[in-house]
Design a protein around this ligand. Structure first.
Ligand code: C2E
Ligand code: MG
Ligand code: MG
Ligand code: MG
Length: 278
């Protein structure tokens, strides 16, 4: 399988052009993967985060951290973002109705005045309750505070869509954003979670963010949980939901095993399948 020519090295955009990305779209090289999210108290599977994938015949698997910034820079993110929404909502429509889907949006998409309306139309077209969609926004995003972005967020929330602040703790001015924008969930950045050890600074900070979430009345999700020890730490800290390789890697919808009858029974995820004990 052709892997990226820079496998193992640091890649800075890798010479990806807007033209190449547009061609990738035309040639159907994008796809979605889904990573399970679990409620820590009940052990139940609560939903999936939709994650974009590009499999290039030349480059192999290109991570979204590489090509999403190119799409943003080259003015392609709205086109790609619409494709992502349609794909993710269409696939989520086939899941049990108590499972939600989380979709990452670039801040530029919020500056599209027609976005909220397109999202509600898509939800209706696929027969999905708006409460089953969560939009993830990365808090370090610069133009999140524009009046248009705020209006879009407000319109989505008014329609019943939930908004999550992604990668909390990794950017700047996150507390001010929490104060000034209406978020329904905080997603703790993986760097904080993976560095937790009993009594260390990250441990204390995660506890404090969990307490902040409780005070604000918004649940806190711990991202990037990879070990049982990390699971214990985030549980003790008071996080509500978890996501990470310990429970399941992102998988294409067709490869996911969503247990129907026994979803309330604690499970352990093995080999990527959703069967995990927490
Ligand atoms: P994110 O939204 O914070 O997504 C979580 C990332 O952490 C995913 O990387 C996921 O595969 C990875 N991850 C989850 N659990 C673990 C773990 O236990 N250990 C480790 N090491 N990693 C874990 P991925 O899929 O490469 O996505 C990277 C970023 O690309 C995303 O970060 C998001 O900001 C962006 N992205 C992905 N899909 C989309 C999309 O459809 N639209 C936009 N605008 N951005 C997207
Ligand atoms: Mg995310
Ligand atoms: Mg993000
Ligand atoms: Mg994140």
């Amino acid at each position: 399988m052709p892997t990226s020519r820079a496998a193992g090295g640091v890649r800075t955009g890798d010479g990806i052009s807007g033209q190449e990305l547009a061609r990738a779209m035309d040639r159907d090289e994008l796809s979605m993967c889904y990573q399970p999210q679990f409620d820590l108290e009940t052990g139940r599977l609560v939903g999936f985060e939709a994650l974009l994938r590009w499999t290039s015949p030349l480059r192999g698997a290109v991570p979204p951290d590489l090509f999403v910034p190119v799409a943003e820079r080259e003015g392609l993110i709205n086109r790609i973002g619409d494709w992502v929404l349609r794909q993710a909502l269409g696939e989520a429509a086939g899941w049990p109705s108590d499972l939600s889907v989380a979709v990452n949006l670039s801040p530029a998409q919020l500056n599209d005045p027609a976005l909220a309306r397109r999202v509600t139309m898509l939800l209706a077209a696929f027969g999905l309750a708006p409460s089953r969609l969560e939009i993830e926004i990365t808090e370090s995003a610069g133009d999140l505070a524009s009046p248009l972005a705020r209006r879009t967020l407000a319109a989505l929330r008014a329609a019943g869509v939930r908004i999550a602040m992604d990668d909390f703790g990794a950017g700047s001015s996150s507390l001010e954003r929490l104060a000034s924008l209406p978020f329904d969930r905080i997603k703790l950045d993986r760097a904080l979670v993976s560095g937790m050890a009993p009594g260390n600074r990250r441990d204390v900070i995660v506890q404090a963010v969990a307490a902040l979430g409780r005070s604000l009345g918004v649940p806190v999700t711990a991202e990037g949980v990879e070990t049982g020890e990390q699971l214990d730490r985030v549980r003790q800290a008071g996080c509500q939901t978890v996501q990470g390789f310990l429970f399941g890697r992102p998988l294409p919808a067709a490869a996911m095993a969503i247990p129907r009858a026994s979803r309330s029974v604690p499970r352990r995820v093995r080999g990527g399948a959703v069967v995990a004990a927490i």
